[in-house]
Design a protein around this ligand. Sequence first.
Ligand SMILES: [Zn+2]
Length: 476
Amino acid sequence: MPLSSPSQPNNTGSIKLSFHGANQAVTGSCHLLEAGGLRIVVDCGLHQGGRDADERNAAPFGFDPSSVDVLVLTHAHLDHCGRLPLLVKRGFKGRIVCTEATRELARLVLLDAAHLQEEEAQYQQRKLQRRGENRDAPVLYSVVDALRSFDCFAPGLAYGEAHALNNSVSVTLHNAGHILGAASAEFQIQTEQGARRILLSGDIGPQHPALLLPPKPPGQCDVVVMETTYGDRLHRPLQPSIDELYQVIEETWHRGGNVVIPTFALERAQELLNVLRMGVEQHNIPRGMQIFLDSPMAISATEIFKRYADQFCEPVQAMLTRGEDPFSWSGVHNLRESSQSQALNQIKSGAIILAGAGMCNGGRVRHHLRHNLWRPACAVVFVGFAAQGTLARRIIDGARTVHLFGEEIPVAAQVHTINGFSAHADQADLLTWHAATGKPMDTVLVHGESAAMNALAERLPNTTVHRPEQGDELRI
Ligand SMILES: [Zn+2]
């Protein structure tokens, strides 16, 4: 089926997919499916990174938000849900369909994002005033817009439960194994030519995740739209990464320093807490080490995680079912107040500090870097993706000094990058996932840089591969 540039509105009876974000890129996911008289958007994420991200976020969606009937949200990461309040602000009045865990996590993520948007607008406003300009700085969306978007959420769907959107279209969410609540969305569409099954992957987790159950896509599909973030590489296995983390902690303990781990609040923080708990139980981490979760968002997310015992791998599931807490024990301190975070500055040794943001482009971790990065006894451990241009990337790439709060801070701490903790499938995992979807006639690659996409495309046999540009359409 040919991929084409935008054309006329869709006739009822045919099926059309069009692509409005995360095309040849990894952020801003947004796809429009027109079928059975419905206009269905899958994901509405924020563009992140790059100089023009603000501009792209504020640009028109490529479709009329008021004409959209249903939004299916695959998971609560900001690059998949972050423009939902903007969609509502611009006229969307339909319902939002996702799993219950995604609904809860998206609430947390969107309130935080709206709060940051408001702060940024206030900062820009002060700049305008200093220049003597008497006009409002634009805000992408406010906390009120985020609250309005929560009114659109339908009750959460369970994995595997078919949900009728009208007489001819239904959607079923399948575990994507990426973060808690993450789903691939399967649409079953009745047409004059018979039933069609179209699957949009969302983000796909690894086959051997640290905390969750592995992805479980449905069987035979006609068309698959899939992410390709790591389509060109293989991850290091998880266990050597865990062992390396324990070793870094032990060495830092003996040197008399602290371990700072820049941490994403969703999934990575909970994975690390679980790994650290196992390390303490198995005597791989010195008992005296104190662990500080210095992130209000990660603390709230962890509370949500504990409500979904059945979504975790067996040992964690068993603990939660017994009423035990895999994410907290006597050595863990949850710091919500900023005064508690500041008090950490006095601790010179024996602390493991988990703080956001994961890429160090904001958040409390910058304060901990200021107090620990210059000390040779300390260690900074990166366990997540670090985009070009972020502070995390500069440190990983070997910067000798960095600027923090107007000061030049020498990088004297031990810097480690441990790569085995990915929440994304690698190339082998993506191929396994794709093989489980049968032999789809068409496979559309999204959510990846072109090198990753091309490498994966070469390994997908017996399917027509598409790599859409922004605004392209596929008729089915
Ligand atoms: Zn994601």
